[in-house]
Design a protein around this ligand. Structure first.
Ligand SMILES: [Ca+2]
Length: 334
């Protein structure tokens, strides 16, 4: 038996009842195209060499080269909590353009942004993928990586870096250019650091100051139509998840869930890094049984908490293979 889903989790930022409030346009909180020749504020992650090169550039005449790498995590990093960024908790859109260094064989390998953040659970570190996981990148053309990152309250560490899969057992040099971080306008209408030569220049002005802090606008903390992958969803119990283009509610793909041998085996994702204590979240998805499946089954969302408790998010809904059914409920984090 399988279930196909498109999932959406929506959070009012201040735990209030959902209200329709238009979010302010995002502003550029950081941007660089390396045209000033400076590697700062980027740092080396591991014993790598960083240098600004004129060999290749996505825009302008310069980009940042990361070389002398000996492992996938050895890369370029950016401290999101330190100056000049000093990001406040909130939702950010992080993007950059990357390619393998000139002269690298035509093969491609996987790139993605990761944030190493702490504390997580009992104070351990956590590695959170930002955007598409292991996006194919070669030496032929510039490829954009990145996506949405939610900085939650109480983090003492948040290091953004580029993760690169090994290529034929080696760790190729790569180039990065046009890094941009969009976020909400700071309350004091702060300035934009960086050299401001990127392609997004001009849309980074601070709109009206003095937005009221509470209740906050409704923000989406996770949304996927599984168009580019499983997006952090995994199989619980014996369940296995994969993307399929056989059926879709919207777009071309959905998540296929197979191999289930018990009621609690299903698709799951880790909410912990995304949610805040005391806030209430709306969780919804469209589900159906795979085409050709006989009969119906009851489906609902459950949140598994620690200490162990299972919180039902919505009344269970009868689902068949005939049509997509909307599941929706709310969950308050204790
Ligand atoms: Ca540049």
């Amino acid at each position: 038996m399988g279930v196909a889903a498109a999932a959406l989790i929506v959070a009012p930022a201040a735990g209030a009842a959902p209200v329709a409030v238009a979010a302010a346009d995002p502003v550029t909180v950081f941007e660089t195209s390396f045209e000033d020749g400076e590697t700062a504020p980027f740092g080396a992650r591991g014993p790598v060499t960083l240098d600004v090169t004129t060999d290749d550039a996505r825009t302008g005449t310069r980009s940042l080269r990361v070389s002398d790498r000996a492992d996938g995590w050895q890369s370029v990093s950016l401290d999101l909590l330190a100056a000049p960024l000093s990001l406040e908790p909130g939702e950010y859109d992080i993007s950059a353009w990357v390619k393998l260094d000139t002269g690298t064989p035509e093969d491609s390998t996987g790139f993605n942004f990761t944030v190493q953040q702490a504390p997580y659970a009992t104070g351990e570190e956590q590695y959170l993928t930002v955007g598409q996981y292991q996006k194919p990148v070669s030496g032929d053309e510039w490829v954009e990586i990145g996506g949405t990152y939610v900085l939650t309250e109480g983090r003492t560490e948040a290091q953004l870096y580029v993760d690169v899969v090994s290529l034929a057992g080696a760790h190729p040099s790569f180039l990065i250019d046009d890094i941009r971080i969009l976020g909400d306008a700071p309350a004091d209408g702060g300035e934009t650091p960086g050299d401001g030569e990127g392609p997004g220049d001009g849309d980074g002005e601070t709109p009206g100051d003095g937005e009221s802090p509470a209740p906050g606008p409704i923000v989406t903390i996770h949304e996927t139509g599984f168009e580019t992958g499983t997006d952090g969803w995994f199989g619980r119990g014996d369940a296995q998840v994969s993307v399929t283009d056989t059926e879709a509610y919207e777009g071309a793909q959905s998540l296929s869930v197979t191999g289930r041998t018990a009621n609690w085996h299903g698709p799951a994702m880790n909410l912990f890094p995304l949610v805040n204590r005391g806030d209430t979240y709306e969780i919804s998805a469209w589900v159906k049984l795979p085409e050709g499946t006989e009969g119906s089954t009851d489906i609902k969302f459950t949140v598994a908490q620690q200490p162990e408790a299972y919180v039902q998010v919505n009344e269970q809904v009868a689902v068949t293979a005939d049509s997509w059914v909307f599941l929706s409920g709310t969950y308050e984090v204790p």
